[in-house]
Design a protein around this ligand. Structure first.
Ligand code: SF4
Length: 414
């Protein structure tokens, strides 16, 4: 129960690094990242957000380290954080050194704005001594100006070259504990850049569409880029960049990986039919009532809300649990098998109660506890509805007959 049957098994091989205790690359489960929006100097507020992000599915959390007070904040945050902390560094290499001093488990350097070779090498040497990995975080929007000129813009080749140059500096001090990102706000550019990076490097790749904007467009852009690459086997850790509460980023990342079968289900997966002329209830209202009643209970199951009993239980037979509406009653089903018939106004309540029992007792026990007359009662409702509305609600078969009568016959063109 709770495990997606189909998954993407072919992943491009990468080497593995450790960020704190979290493995990235080399066949490790794809991880979810997000970034705090609080002032890192405010350790309490930042920790509150880190806990919320971890609860929503973040495996790793990044905090900016843009000033000395932020580094001091990190020194207080890291020991109390439930997940490894990565410091985000732009412009000031001393902030990377201060973050390492604070005990962070990872660094992100932007090669577009941290450009002095001796400073880059100093940070890499220090990270090497402390066993802390670095992400080379290339961003199309802040590409090194020389590369921009040389390649005539922020092309995939330019982004990958930026990462390659940074790797070369790291190699000079014998540092290889690296993951790479080549983000862009343009989805096609991002996809092409990561494809090229995947062909060029064997380091783990951190995927993201940068500055994707507020949901839903930001979610769509992020998913278009990240999911396309994951489906090709590219990517070892992901981040949605949304203009929203970062909890939404962590939740989206987790849900995407679960949807692709790349991570085991941790929370609820509510599916619902789109509704149609056959619907016996307001599917949208019942689905959202079920969602809000179930989502905070952390039940790792797939639950279906279906608008009619004629097609609902069959179409959602793969769901762990579901409910379908018909003749003012709800048919509660487990793995497509009807276990109870309840009054319509008790549908959501019955669904929630059964979900909790299902998680506690398991499918077999709950199927064994089914009401004995439920199947027969449900079948009677189903037949009555078919009689009332006809199996063919759209009258397709009648139309097909008509077409055959009018236009059928001998059309042998050989
Ligand atoms: S389950 Fe019933 S109501 Fe929902 S889309 Fe299918 S036929 Fe329509």
């Amino acid at each position: 129960m709770g495990r997606t049957a189909w998954t993407i098994t072919e992943r491009r091989p990468t080497r593995q690094i450790q960020v704190g205790g979290v493995a990235v690359g080399g066949g490790a489960p794809v991880t979810v990242q997000s970034m705090t929006t609080t002032k890192t100097a405010d350790a309490e507020a930042t920790l509150t957000q880190i806990y919320a992000l971890a609860a929503a599915g973040a495996d790793l959390v990044r905090c900016t380290c843009n000033e000395e007070a932020a580094a001091e904040g990190l020194a207080r945050i890291v020991p109390r954080s439930p997940v490894p902390i990565i410091a985000d560094i732009h412009f000031h290499h001393e902030m990377a050194l201060a973050a390492l001093e604070a005990g962070v488990q990872g660094l992100r350097l932007n090669p577009g704005n941290l450009r002095k070779a001796h400073e880059i090498k100093q940070v890499a040497a220090e990270a090497k001594d402390r066993g802390v990995p670095i992400r080379i975080g290339v961003n199309a929007g802040s590409l090194h100006p020389e590369l921009y000129k040389r390649f005539g813009g922020a092309t995939p080749e330019a982004l990958v070259e930026s990462a390659r140059m940074e790797l070369a500096y790291f190699a000079e001090v014998g540092f290889e504990d690296v993951k790479i990102s080549v983000k862009a706000s343009s989805v096609p550019l991002m996809i092409e850049s990561y494809r090229l990076a995947s062909e060029t490097f064997d380091h783990p790749l951190h995927l993201g569409v940068t500055e994707a904007g507020p949901p839903p467009a930001g979610l769509i852009k992020g998913t278009a880029g990240i999911a396309t690459l994951l489906a090709e086997g590219i990517g070892d850790t992901i981040r949605y960049s949304l203009t929203a509460d970062p909890v939404e980023e962590a939740r989206a990342g987790r849900q995407l990986l679960e949807a692709l079968g790349l991570r085991e289900r941790k929370g609820l997966d509510l599916i619902a039919c789109p509704s149609c002329g056959r619907a016996e209830i307001d599917v949208i209202a019942v689905a959202s009532a079920a969602q809000s009643a179930l989502e905070n209970r952390n039940l790792p199951i797939q639950v279906a809300v279906m608008g009619c009993v004629v097609n609902g239980p069959g179409e959602a037979r793969e769901a762990d649990l579901g409910i379908a509406a018909g003749r003012k009653r709800g048919h509660l089903f487990i793995k497509g098998k009807i276990v109870r018939v309840v009054p319509e106004d008790e549908m959501v309540e019955a669904l929630v109660a059964e979900a909790e029992k299902l998680v506690a007792e398991g499918v077999e026990a709950r199927l064994a506890a089914a009401d004995s007359g439920a199947e027969a009662e449900a079948e009677a409702d189903r037949m009555a509805l078919i009689d009332a509305k006809g199996v063919d609600a759209n009258a397709s078969e009648t139309k097909v007959e008509l077409i055959r009568k009018k236009y059928g016959g001998e059309h042998d063109e050989t």
